[in-house]
Design a protein. Sequence first.
Length: 270
Amino acid sequence: MCSEISHNQEKKDKREWAIIQTFRSYCPDFPIGDIEKSEAPDFLLHANNRLYGIELTELKYEREDKEFNLRAHEDFLSSLMQDAQTIFERKHDVKLVVDVHFSNELNDTVSTLDDDMRNIIRQDFAETIVKLVEENLPEATGIQYKIDRTSKYGYHNLPNKIECINIKNVTGRWYEGLWYAAISTKVKPLSVASVSQRLIAKECKLRKYNPACDEQWLIIIQNSFLMSSSYNPLTANEAISHTYRSNFDKVFVFERSVGSVSLLNTEKYD
């Protein structure tokens, strides 16, 4: 049990490091300084003779959402992408960000199978993804390719259950690559309500964060692919322009699928 917890924590830490590095590269006002992993909040940034606390949170459906076995599916996709990254990095000294967008029907297929068959399918998908990445490998650091059903960089017909793959070469910029998966319609849509929910949840924990911090930041991560049927530009725009109540000094929405960073308008509680 302890080894499983340690392994899960290691995966969580690695993912959070990748997210903060990606956010830093897209946020032009991010202070130059040293970042260290922390517990409450997730990161501490030493910059400009100040200490910044940075907490990460994601917009996604809660575990109690019974219509979709999110935890099992996330674990399956996480293992799949980890397998693909391991296979690739054994053969190539290149660091990549590989973002695979699977169709929603994948969960319906996987959930009906036993463990042995799931493992076989996971391995097949991992090897297929590696092959696609190798055939569409951006040679220069900073270059990104998008493989979809019309892309000149990839197959006109991607494998069944894969809708899109984004590949970015981060060699020399990142110490580690990031390979991850997303399902568009199972990500909670960006709205005033969903942002407010995350703010309330994190606001309750703010008083427990490192008291030495001069500023506390919250980064709300959104993975809504624009092709998603759940994406609504009206509610998204309302969410970005709305003024929220929060005691965080800065609150950002980070849209990972397009690399956009928005600083939200906030007013502190009395």
